[in-house]
Design a protein around this ligand. Structure first.
Ligand SMILES: *Cc1c(COP(=O)(O)O)cnc(C)c1O
Length: 442
């Protein structure tokens, strides 16, 4: 039975209509428009802990958490108090401030980086890291993997060209061929493809960038030793290994994805990008790494990079407060709530006869409506998006807000308590049957 009110999308539908008149697609980031699942996107008015409240007054357990940042849940009282105090001191000065030093110190303490530069979005972080890698090495070519998302950087919005180890073609209109002509796109988890690319182009490769554990094609964990192999390959060829931890940083584990592999296997990336959790729900991101590489950045070195709102005192206060509260207990709680949900999803989908696979890296997980395990973008593309759409809407009708796309991670927070988790568990059997029904329609 639906806990939602009758006519429960009237206010969202009316806002969506107004939004579409003044904003392309009615949204400021495409996935919010529900295009992959259909229906009316919910306009959220407020959120607290694990719960979202929309403009029609419906409540949902949030399994997106702002696409990762809200590690402590929404409107955490300590984060709110710190932000409120920061706001009373003034919101932007265009000068250095204390909170940005403290946030940089916290990141350097937890992550495998010696120095960081703060920016305002993950896109800016990866774009700047690549410029720095090119400036440091004096080389131009960038290697990335199909299905890894690094923000909307021109050179990274690239699709694989025809055949392995050929240069990429633009993945969207508006990106000139010249921007992707220096990008090599390889299949994820494919060591032979990496070996071949470096054998053919090694002396031209400035860096290889990869999601530390891909989460933007659904969660596709690196096979054991894959990141170590990438780091070693880059080092051997004089290229930099750029680990994009915008999603996984301070999320997959207390030390990010690196805490799950690099810290164990004994290697470090040359550069790391951060965002999402480290902004505590505000626009803050960062890139960092080896001191000798970072010292090439202006004003210390010649590689230019800047930002009017970089290190903003309100955003850095939110991020710093969030990271300080992100203790091991937080990650343990998210892990155990995640285990409960993953098990229940698998049980419900198996019970309804829906082919699926649940994949995880640290606290991040996703559910693929696919046969067999997903190790790269080709596998992920075989997901049954129609079954996912039916599942998504059945969950939404039962008060659970999943990612409105089959290719996204599910995110939990330390605020996902027994009531939130049991709301998810209660919704699953009906939603699994809704997904199964789409199979029978064929
Ligand atoms: C979200 C994300 C980005 C882009 O960050 P924005 O803040 O949206 O620009 C980059 N890389 C990864 C891995 C991400 O998940």
């Amino acid at each position: 039975m639906s806990p939602l009110r009758p006519d429960h999308t009237a206010a969202s539908a009316s806002l969506f209509e107004r939004a579409r008149a003044v904003t392309p697609g009615g949204v400021n980031s495409p996935v919010r428009a529900f295009n992959a699942v259909g229906g009316t996107p919910r306009f959220i008015r407020s959120a607290s802990g694990a719960w979202l409240t929309d403009v029609d007054g419906n409540e949902y357990v949030d399994l997106i958490c702002s696409w990762g940042p809200m590690l402590l849940g929404h409107a955490h009282p300590d984060v709110q108090a710190a932000v409120a105090a920061a706001v009373t001191r003034g919101t932007s000065f265009g000068t250095p401030t204390e909170p940005e030093v403290e946030l940089a110190e916290e990141i350097v303490t937890r992550a495998p980086v010696e120095r960081v530069r703060l920016v305002s979005s993950g896109t800016e972080a990866t774009m700047s890291a690549i410029r720095l890698a090119r400036g440091f090495t004096g080389r131009d070519v960038v290697v990335k993997f199909a299905g890894c998302y690094h923000g909307h950087v021109d050179s990274l919005l690239a699709s694989a060209g025809s055949g392995l180890a050929t240069f990429a073609v633009p993945g969207t209109p508006g990106v000139p061929e010249s921007s992707t002509a220096l990008t090599l796109v390889l299949p994820y988890n494919d060591r032979a493809a990496v070996d071949k690319a470096f054998a053919e182009h090694g002396d031209r490769i400035a860096c290889l960038i990869t999601e530390a554990a891909p989460g933007n094609m659904g969660v596709v964990p690196p096979e054991p030793g894959f990141n170590a192999f990438l780091a070693e390959t880059c080092t051997r060829h004089g290229a930099l290994f750029v680990s994009d931890e915008v999603m996984t940083g301070f999320r997959a584990s207390r030390l990010g994805q690196w805490g799950l592999d690099g810290a164990v296997e004994g290697w470090r990336p040359d550069l790391v990008t951060f965002g999402k959790v480290m902004g505590g729900g505000f626009p803050a991101a960062a890139f960092g790494g080896r001191a000798d590489v970072m010292s090439r950045l202006s004003p210390e070195g010649p590689v230019y990079q800047a930002g009017t709102l970089s290190g903003n005192p309100v955003a850095t206060t939110a991020g710093l407060t969030t990271l300080r509260l992100a203790t091991q207990e937080v990650y343990d709680h998210i892990t155990s709530a995640g285990e409960t949900i993953k098990d229940a999803v698998a049980t419900a989908l198996s019970g309804a006869g829906v082919p699926h696979v649940v994949q995880a890296s640290g606290t991040m997980f996703s559910v693929f409506f696919a046969d067999g395990s997903v190790r790269d973008f080709d596998d992920a593309s075989r997901t049954d998006s129609r079954a996912y759409a039916a599942f998504f809407h059945a969950m939404l009708d039962r008060g659970v807000y999943l990612p409105p796309s089959a290719y996204e991670a599910w995110f939990l927070s330390s605020a996902h308590d027994d009531r939130a988790v049991s709301t998810v568990l209660d919704a699953l059997p009906d939603a699994a049957r809704a997904a199964a029904a789409t199979e029978k329609d064929r």
